[in-house]
Design a protein around this ligand. Structure first.
Ligand SMILES: [Zn+2]
Length: 64
């Protein structure tokens, strides 16, 4: 099956692999960037949720 998007034509198998990779990446980010008493455990001196945690949550919401 072929999927056409604004970025071009992709084989569905390739798209599925990319989505799975993105889901694994989001899970890894969410494992590391956790709430440590209002601060991010991975980003020193950053309030939680930090930028990566916010993006990870957005991706997780879209994919899971
Ligand atoms: Zn962080």
């Amino acid at each position: 099956m072929i999927l056409a998007t604004s970025t071009g034509v992709h084989r569905v198998d390739d798209l599925r692999a990319e989505i799975e990779h993105l889901a694994r990446l989001a899970a890894a980010v969410l494992r590391d960037h956790t709430d440590d008493a209002g601060r991010c455990a991975a980003c020193r001196d950053a309030a939680f949720p930090c930028g990566p945690a916010y993006l990870g949550e957005q991706v997780a919401t879209l994919l899971w």
